[in-house]
Design a protein around this ligand. Structure first.
Ligand SMILES: C=CC1=C(C)c2cc3[nH]c(cc4nc(cc5[nH]c(cc1n2)c(C)c5CCC(=O)O)C(CCC(=O)O)=C4C)c(C)c3C=C
Ligand SMILES: [Fe+2]
Ligand SMILES: [Fe+2]
Length: 363
């Protein structure tokens, strides 16, 4: 095993704690070439595509990477912000705001953000935290519900980084926060504020990213955690089971995915006479192509074309104060036992003590 060269450990420097906020990743530009690079990395991850490489490679390189990049790039272009891809913009803002809010609460943390696919990579940001003196690092994947395709894939990437370093920081991971009271409260506040601004629809649809259905029988807790988030959010809003529905979006390929599917559900609700719907995507920490294009454009159109009259999309928590408070509560829970106040300057304390002793002696 060969390690990357590292600076000699400075035994005198105080221990510092780092926080790494990780999200999925996104193309660097809304172009077919950039989208192809992103999809190639994403869809080569065996945590995402659980098909033997020998069977998957010809499909990925022979079909998907020839056709999908151009179609996806068009969709990215339709949601691109002037600062970049929404997922990147919101994740950057979240990290900056977390740094500030945690600081206000007395935690001297170094906060960075990273993307599992594309840039800034998890390895580069772990290196940056180490270079800034972090000897303890808390990794926060921005996925409220645990899923092997997302949460475990972040852990894999951190583990690959540890293999290249000799002197490792202490590491902790947030596996899930799907039922954290502060996260549920942030979602509920966001829905209530939306209702105050725009009025309330006949039903609240909660759409989560889908997964192949067999992930449930193989033991992935993702499906159950989505249902629990849905139930807790409904309870916080005093909704009866008839007033809300949990659905799954973003189906990929021909296999069965978790059901009910979002778009067919919206069509059938409209077909059965439902006139208005509020739609929230509680599993996404930040708005992205899956929420802004697939839901707020495609699913909206499907509902309205099937007889629905009003489709109201409730944005993700993004950089809202409630979200930053919720993530801070999650972080604080996982920092327990790790001192995050500014470490005492032991040399200065020793000088003070010596000065006090000398003062006493000279009296
Ligand atoms: C088999 C494919 C996919 C699985 C499994 C999957 C799981 C999964 N994904 C997210 C969150 C996000 N996915 C996003 C985009 C996206 N997802 C897939 C495929 C799978 N996802 C694709 C091909 C894409 C790219 C867009 C496209 O070409 O359709 C995003 C948004 C990225 C962005 O740049 O905006 C997020 C976020 C979760 C939470 C999840 C499992 C629970
Ligand atoms: Fe996805
Ligand atoms: Fe999609």
């Amino acid at each position: 095993m060969s390690y990357q060269p590292e600076p000699a450990f400075d035994h005198g420097s105080p221990a510092r704690t780092g926080l790494l906020l990780c999200n999925l990743g996104t193309p660097e530009a809304p172009t077919p070439a950039a989208t192809r690079r992103y999809l190639a990395q994403f869809l080569s991850d065996p945590r995402v595509i659980e098909i033997p490489k020998l069977a998957w490679w010809p499909i990925l390189h022979g079909i998907i990477l020839r056709t999908r990049p151009a179609a996806s790039a068009k969709k990215y272009a339709s949601i691109w912000m002037k600062e970049g891809s929404p997922l990147m913009v919101w994740t950057q803002r979240q990290a900056t705001l977390l740094q500030g809010y945690l600081g206000e609460r007395g935690h001297q943390l170094i906060v960075r953000h990273a993307m599992r696919y594309g840039q800034p990579s998890i390895a580069s940001q772990l290196d940056a935290l180490r270079a800034a003196g972090a000897t303890r690092i808390l990794v926060l994947p921005a996925y409220p519900q645990y899923c092997a395709a997302t949460t475990a894939s972040v852990v894999d990437d951190v583990a690959r980084w540890t293999l290249t370093h000799r002197h490792l920081p202490e590491l902790r991971f947030v596996n899930r926060y799907h039922d954290h009271p502060a996260y549920i409260a942030a979602l509920a506040d966001s829905v209530r504020q939306h209702w105050q601004r725009e009025g309330r629809a006949d039903m609240l649809v909660m759409s989560f990213h889908g997964m192949p259905a067999r992930s449930l029988t193989l033991g992935d807790p993702y499906h159950c955690e989505c249902l629990k988030t849905g139930r807790l959010l409904a309870e916080a809003l005093s909704l009866s089971p008839a007033q809300y529905k949990v659905t799954f979006q973003s189906r990929f390929g021909k296999a069965r995915w978790l059901e009910p599917y979002t778009e067919p559900t919206l069509r059938s609700l409209a077909g059965n006479g439902l006139k208005s719907v509020d739609l929230i995507c509680p599993g996404f920490a930040a708005d992205c192509i899956e929420t802004l294009e697939e839901i707020d454009m495609e699913a909206r159109e499907a509902f309205l074309h099937s007889g629905g009259q009003r489709f109201s999309y409730i944005p993700c928590l993004n950089d809202s104060p409630g979200h930053i408070r919720a993530l801070t509560a999650v972080v604080e829970q996982h920092l327990q036992g790790w001192p995050t106040q500014a470490a005492p300057d032991t040399a200065a304390l020793a000088r003070q003590r010596d000065a006090a002793l000398m003062l006493g002696a000279s009296r």
